[in-house]
Ligand binder design. Structure first.
Ligand code: XCC
Ligand code: SF4
Length: 625
């Protein structure tokens, strides 16, 4: 018997989304919500993490009656192995993205990347210096070449620790060394996790979990940090700028091209091509007034941070954006791109174009994008979008609402500049209690959770309590649409935050970038801890992924906790089938790394938890009596 679809009001908090879900239902276009209905109830063993497919003596399911798999693995071992591989997927995704940027830098240095250049030379020299490369009196090229070698070697297995550990407070590094979780090399830790989780290798759940932490640290302080830093070097370090968000950034009178995925290497070129006068002239010939590039997910965040492009939406808006009927092309790189977008595109005139050899979509138009030919390829792709404008069916176009203003571009460099050159004013504001603490709200959407209800609910609740909020990834669009990313949002903040942000002319919720840019938050925490001569776990800070869905989010959560940051998840990962693993995650890690996870699905209660934690940390630092 077919289930009744859930009422639209229960699915999302946004009017633009509701209008498009209704349109999808009218037009018979299947969305993520329809498929979730068909997939539920989910397999209980998989939900608990107690099913194992790691060998062909199984698959096995662990139950009270069958407490061990064929090989003898119990629930703890099976859950830990599954979670370890889950986090490995996330760490690999971020880090492989980071490596792609090293390869672009290499191509630039080899003169093989027309259209790309080193935009922020100062930053290149600065980060080289930070990881111990001699910079004084040397040519930029020599420094860049050595940096390249060092970062490539961060992926290998010969290092004692990844380079950016130079940023970590000494006390933290000592803790990691004592636990044996100092991340050595990105590929090293991921390969070792695959090894450990093979049948008959690591059969002690806490030991597997500690390695998961080590691997996640290799992501946060390695792969992701490299991704962020080199994106800044190549495309420029973000500075605050204004833009707009929601589906109304799609323009009825323009050729609309959406960039989706994570890596700015493709989308930066697309944006440059869209400014080509010949293509604009052709768009006008076909009756459009111009070419509009808008963003989805983290590629969107990358371009919003550096180029100020408008944001069409986050994860759960990606299908709905196409359903407006006004999108000529979706150009994707990799990660978080639902394969369903090919089918949704085929219901309209939308061209779906994939660009990475490692991320192909059956039914898509494929471009084997590479730095050498990027300019020409980008021109061809934008040209495809422009020509598609002629195929648009105006009777099927519906673009809901009005765009909302946002402010973006808060890199640490930009924040330090806004503060007058040092972090001291921020430290003072925290010490005086105007800013009581800070929480990074990060991560995704998940159709099991009312779209953006927790992301927005938690952000609003925290700023009321004078807790500064930093957002990245899909939470940034949510915060933007809720009006939280403009200086005027201080009206929704508590008195202290209102005073500080008001004086600086910044929003109480700062857009800190894409998901790899959570490394910016790590770096900020490390800098604050170093300034105060304490450990990261002593700071009045927290992290949250309220509506997470992805392996990457699990890796982010784990590197945050392992770095000493108290971390909230809106729902539990698939570990509840093991008491050992669950207890370790929600309490046992506190003794080991000075932070834990907590799971809570109510935004007010979540804010209460952060409040209590921040109060305790403030008292321990002697800031409050
Ligand atoms: Fe999650 Fe990363 Fe993806 Fe959005 S895009 S759905 S991982 S928040 Ni970065
Ligand atoms: Fe079953 Fe063990 Fe094989 Fe997993 S590794 S499928 S628990 S026999």
């Amino acid at each position: 018997m077919a289930k009744e679809p859930r009422p639209i009001d229960e699915l999302t908090i946004w009017d633009d989304a509701k209008a498009m879900i209704a349109k999808a239902r009218r037009e018979g276009v299947e969305t993520v919500y329809d498929r979730l209905d068909k997939q539920t109830p989910h397999c209980k063993f998989c939900e608990l993490g107690t099913s194992c497919r790691n060998c062909t003596m199984g698959p096995c399911r662990i139950t009270p009656k069958m407490p061990r798999g064929v090989c003898g693995a119990d629930a703890d071992v099976v859950v830990a192995r599954n979670f370890g591989r889950f986090v490995a997927g996330g760490a690999a995704a971020h880090s492989d993205h980071g490596r792609d940027l090293i390869e672009v830098l290499e191509a630039i240095l080899e003169g093989d990347a027309e259209g790309y250049r080193i935009k922020d030379e100062k930053k290149l020299v600065r980060i080289a210096g930070e990881i111990g490369i001699k910079t004084q009196g040397r040519q930029l090229r020599d420094v860049a070449e050595e940096l390249l070698e060092r970062l490539f070697s961060d992926f290998g297995s010969r290092g004692k620790e990844v380079s950016f550990l130079s940023r970590v407070p000494e006390v933290r590094k000592e803790k990691w060394a004592k636990l044996g979780v100092t991340p050595r090399g990105v590929d090293h830790e991921i390969v070792e996790m695959m090894h450990r989780t093979h049948m008959g290798v690591d059969n002690d759940a806490p030991n597997t979990m500690l390695h998961a932490a080590r691997m996640a640290l290799a992501d946060g302080w390695g792969g992701s940090m490299i991704g962020t830093e080199l994106s800044d070097v190549i495309f420029g370090t973000p500075k605050p700028s204004k833009s707009t968000a929601n589906l109304a950034v799609i323009k009825e009178d323009k050729v609309n091209l959406l960039v989706h995925g994570h890596n700015p290497v493709v989308s930066e070129m697309i944006l440059a091509a869209a400014r080509d006068p010949k293509l604009i002239a052709r768009a006008k010939e076909l009756g459009a007034t111009g070419i509009n590039i808008a963003g989805l997910c983290c590629t969107g965040n990358e371009l919003l941070m550096r180029q100020g492009i408008p944001m069409a939406g986050n994860h759960l808006m990606t299908e709905l954006a196409i359903i407006t009927g006004a999108v000529e092309a979706v150009v994707v790189d990799y990660q978080c791109i639902m394969p369903s977008l090919v089918q949704v595109s085929s219901c309209y005139h939308t061209k779906f174009i994939d660009t990475a050899k490692k991320a192909r979509f059956t039914g898509a138009i494929h471009y084997d994008f590479n730095p050498k030919t990027a300019q020409k390829q980008a021109y061809e792709i934008v040209s495809l979008a422009v020509e598609a404008f002629a195929e648009r069916d105006p009777s099927r176009v519906e673009i809901p609402g009005q765009p909302v203003s946002i402010m973006s571009g808060f890199s640490n460099e930009a924040v330090v500049e806004a503060l007058g050159g040092t972090l001291t004013p921020l430290v003072d504001a925290i010490a005086q209690g105007d800013v009581r603490g800070a929480v990074g709200i990060v991560g995704c959407n998940n159709p099991k959770i009312k779209h953006d209800s927790l992301n927005v609910g938690l952000a609003k609740e925290l700023i009321k309590r004078d807790i500064l909020v930093l957002v990245t990834g899909c939470v940034s669009s949510a915060a933007g649409k809720a009006g939280l990313l403009v200086p005027e949002a201080i009206e929704m903040a508590g008195p202290g935050l209102k005073k500080v942000c008001g004086a600086l002319g910044i929003p109480p919720v700062l857009h800190y970038g894409s998901c790899v840019d959570n490394s910016r938050i790590l770096q900020l925490c490390a800098a604050l801890a170093n300034e105060l001569h304490v450990d990261i776990s002593d700071l009045p800070v927290g992290a949250s992924a309220p509506e997470w869905y992805s392996e990457k989010a699990a890796s982010i959560g784990l590197y945050a906790v392992a770095s000493g940051i108290y971390t909230h998840l809106g729902h539990a990962p698939n570990i509840l089938g093991s008491e050992t693993v669950t207890n370790l995650a929600v309490s046992g890690l506190e003794d080991l790394v000075g932070a834990t996870f907590f799971i809570e699905s109510d935004p007010i209660k979540t804010a209460d938890m952060f409040d209590a934690r921040i109060n305790a940390k403030r008292q321990a630092l002697g800031l409050d009596k």
